[in-house]
Design a protein around this ligand. Structure first.
Ligand code: NAI
Length: 468
């Protein structure tokens, strides 16, 4: 006998688990099918969380080497204990994935370990990890299967020497020569970790800029900062293959515009050229759900609905591939199923790159506004002129706020500097409320804090920044 549910969710990442917990809170009978063996998806297991554990630890090591003496702190000989660094990362991951299991129990979500497949309208089958199958009858199916790394032709990933984010987070030794393919978010975060720990890092990028999607001015400032940290950038280069020799890897590349092939030696190559929706073998055809060429589930209502009684959330639908966007999608869908309102504004999903300096933005870039013909005013404030940043000797970067020329409504904010990943939330709230730059400029900000730079940038929109 198949069990009957209100909601069966396929996938237990940030999209799926938030949907499950919210559905449970709203009194719906819910099951979540996950095949990985742990909850949390890419984010908790091989993405956001382990990368932040390594970014945090490696940045403290860097600070101990480079900053402590100037602050009057003497250290002895510093050494990296890579096993312990990986162990503390694994501890963070374990604690958080178990935390979701606890939240499932608390909210009466049935956690099914196995691989889910849609058999037809209202019918899902799980091939259980422990063997056998289980069938579910359900009023609603939620597809929350996330994404997987994209590969490159001519490059075989082995997750030991040629790795994706998964392997890059679990290297057992510090590679002497590390090459990153792709100067996107994963490339820069992973490059930062291993450069701080002592690797010679080269970043090979197809485009003639880093961080596509980020504001141009921010990307340029970031590249300057990373160069100072020892990262070598080879922009406008297309990787054509990686040959695996016993003693080393040989990476071939050529100018994107065409030209001579160049070969670089490496010990480890990280492939970080984007991700694609993970929707193969899900039985989508059994409910008339279609995907585009890249596997992205097509929605019929412009938002989350893929067919009658079938919803999709997170990386496998349109919108930015970010954990917090997936969380919001999942919550909104649970609320829609429960008959409440549910909506996510993808224009207000912040992006954060957790390097040092951090990079954060929300809303439109200057390039997007220009392309759309929107007239805007810019306010900008450098951390060099912020008293707290100067006191902490962390003066790289700036805050930039873009506001509509006619109405002063904030259209976007772009920041680079220490702590901006936290500071962007202020702008997200302001933009959700349709705030003007003047609203922020006239809001009291504690002194001395880094967030005063946000206020000063907002003051700059009307030209009354108070800067030395
Ligand atoms: P990405 O899309 O951010 O960057 C990929 C880069 O690879 C692009 O700059 C692209 O031009 C370049 N590229 C593509 N083909 C190439 C080739 N043949 N040779 C050289 N360069 C090439 O993708 P990434 O970094 O893999 O991240 C995947 C997803 O995960 C993104 O959606 C990202 O937002 C998300 N993510 C978010 C994080 C965060 O929020 N902090 C952290 C890590 C990942």
């Amino acid at each position: 006998m198949a069990e009957t549910y209100d909601v069966v969710i396929i996938g237990g990442g940030p999209g799926g688990y938030n949907c499950a917990i919210r559905a449970g809170q709203l009194g719906l009978k819910v099951a979540c099918i996950e095949s990985r063996g742990t909850l949390g998806g890419t984010c908790l297991n091989v993405g956001c969380i382990p990368s932040k554990a390594l970014l945090h630890a490696s940045d403290l090591y860097r600070a101990a080497q480079e900053d402590f003496a100037g602050l009057g702190i003497k250290t002895g000989k510093l050494e990296v204990d890579i096993d312990q660094m990986m162990a503390q990362k694994n501890d963070a991951v374990d604690g958080l994935t178990k935390g979701i299991e606890f939240l499932f129990k608390k909210n009466k979500v049935d956690y099914i370990k196995g691989r889910g497949k849609i058999l037809g309208p209202g019918k899902v089958e799980a091939t259980l990890t422990e063997g056998g199958t289980q069938t579910f009858e359900t009023k609603n199916i939620v597809i929350a299967t996330g994404s997987e790394p994209v590969g490159l032709p001519g490059i075989e990933i082995d997750e030991e020497r040629v790795v994706t984010n998964t392997g890059a987070l679990s290297l057992t030794t510090i590679p002497k020569r590390l090459i990153l393919i792709g100067a996107g978010v994963i490339g820069l975060e992973m490059g930062s970790v291993w450069a701080r720990l002592g690797s010679e890092v080269t970043v090979v990028e197809y485009l003639d800029r880093i961080l596509p999607g980020a504001d141009d001015e921010v990307a340029k400032e970031a590249q300057r900062a990373f160069k100072k940290q020892g990262l070598t950038f080879r922009l406008g280069m297309k990787v054509t293959g990686v040959e695996k020799l016993k003693s080393k890897l040989k990476l071939s590349m050529e100018p994107a515009k065409g030209g001579e092939t160049e070969v670089l030696d490496a010990d480890v190559v990280i492939v970080a050229v984007g991700r694609r929706a993970y929707t193969d073998g899900l039985g989508l055809e059994n409910v008339g759900v279609t995907t585009d060429k890249r596997g992205v589930v097509q929605v019929t209502d412009g938002h989350f609905k893929a067919a009658d009684g079938v919803w999709a959330v997170g990386d496998c639908i349109h919108g930015p591939m970010l954990a917090h966007k997936a969380e919001d999608d999942g919550t909104a869908v649970a609320e829609l199923i429960a008959g409440k309102a549910g909506h996510v504004d993808y224009n207000l999903v912040p992006s954060v790159v957790y390097t040092n300096p951090e990079i954060a933005w929300v809303g439109k870039t200057e390039e997007q506004l220009k392309a759309a013909g929107v007239e805007y005013v810019k306010g900008k404030f450098p951390f060099m002129a912020n008293s707290r940043a100067r006191t902490n000797h962390e003066t790289t970067g700036f805050v930039k706020i873009l506001a509509d020329k006619a109405t002063d409504q904030i259209l976007g904010a772009h920041m680079i500097g220490t702590g901006v990943g936290e500071m962007i939330a202020e702008i997200c709230v302001a933009m959700e409320f349709g705030a003007s730059s003047e609203d922020i400029a006239r809001t009291s900000h504690a002194h001395p804090t880094l967030s005063e730079a946000v206020r000063q940038a907002a003051m700059g929109v009307e030209g009354w920044t108070m800067q030395m």
